[in-house]
Design a protein around this ligand. Structure first.
Ligand code: AHM
Ligand code: MG
Length: 331
């Protein structure tokens, strides 16, 4: 007979919440709502090849990039799953220039949610894994309905973070500061089921480095020296889809890099809804993340869509990166 002892995401989150008697339940509900949104997005991502949902729209997002239909869809799914629940005070999304307020007709709550609804969307057409990333902060502003101040908090202040990878199976991985736990969507019952309990980065790590080497001519001297040191006794892996690259790094170990360079002096990836949440997960799994100079978790954000150079994965390899990049201005 099949195993009857299934730990669903709901059960796991409720059991974690019991460890904190002061918990209000709002936070637990946010994770439930995110899981529901992830299932809806997963369904559409899986269908993308057979229905006419692929293709670019005429719009561009706040970063000047063309937006694909599934990005917009994922953004709306998350927004509609979260805005009316009374658990959030505001949201920040990669697809929206400004902080998203909770509509006046709905109550507000004690948390701010930052998210990248569908990262790696340029890979949709070629069936490469893509993902959703989220970060949850406690409301710190004094007004009743929250705002930018609640979103511009350093990663260290996150109460939870996670991602969903839409790959050969759909997985949700999250931390609320008590380890990193992974759940695989079982389509036959429509539930995320605990499949990876207490994930830790392998130690010693697999010797893997991950970077887009096509940009090497634009790298700083420090970045060139770092990759030169890794070459030879490390293997290279780069998917070009952050969640997929991070997921591999988490399970196998190694060093993921998206450096600043002459083309992109600030780097490409966004601090609040890409780097910081993944940094929290890396740290909880025994690794770390850095800008090359300081820990990502300690960066004080100044704007919603701020970019950052990113080095993350196995601590020992992030240390090597920092050694090379210490005096580096980036570009
Ligand atoms: P997106 O948010 O527009 O999808 O871009 C982010 C993606 C990441 O998933 C990935 O790590 C990176 O861009 C790849 O960039 P590049 O193609 O420059 O290597
Ligand atoms: Mg993104």
């Amino acid at each position: 007979m099949p195993d009857t002892h299934i730990v669903t995401l709901s059960r796991h989150v409720v059991e974690q919440e019991r460890l904190y008697p002061q918990a209000t339940g709002q936070f637990t509900n946010i994770l439930f709502d995110l899981a529901l949104a992830a299932k809806v997005i997963a369904r559409e991502v899986n269908k993308a090849g057979i229905v006419d949902i692929l293709g670019r729209t005429d719009t561009v997002n706040v970063h000047g990039e063309s937006v694909q239909k599934l990005d917009e869809y994922a953004d709306l799914v998350i927004l509609n799953a979260m805005d009316h629940t009374g658990n959030l005070c505001c949201l920040g999304s990669e697809e929206h220039e400004e902080v998203i307020p909770i509509p006046a007709r709905f109550p507000t709550g004690e948390y701010a949610l930052l998210y990248d609804p569908l990262d790696g969307s340029s890979n949709i057409d070629v069936n490469v894994s893509i993902g959703t990333i989220f970060s949850i902060h406690r409301k710190v502003s004094s007004g009743p309905r929250g705002g930018l101040e609640d979103c511009l908090q350093p990663g260290r202040k996150q109460v939870a973070a996670g991602y969903v990878v839409y790959g050969s199976s759909t997985m949700l991985v999250y931390t609320s500061g008590a380890g990193v736990h992974g759940f695989t969507l079982d389509p036959s019952i429509g539930e995320f089921v605990l499949s990876h309990e207490s994930i830790t980065l392998p130690d010693p790590p697999k010797p893997i480095y991950s970077v887009n080497e096509g940009y090497a001519p634009y790298w700083s001297e420090g970045q060139k020296a770092l990759v030169a040191e890794l070459k030879g006794d490390h293997t290279g892996r780069y998917i070009g889809s952050l969640v997929a690259d991070f997921h591999r790094t988490l399970l196998r170990g190694g060093l993921f890099m998206y450096p600043a360079d002459q083309r992109q002096p600030e780097g490409k990836l966004r601090l609040l809804y890409e780097a910081a949440p993944l940094a929290f997960i890396a740290e909880q799994a025994g690794g770390r993340a850095s800008t090359g100079q300081i820990d990502i978790m300690d960066v004080q954000p100044t704007s919603l869509h701020q970019r950052t150079p990113l080095y993350m994965g196995s601590s020992r390899l992030v240390d090597v990166a920092e050694r090379h990049l210490a005096g580096d201005s980036g570009a």
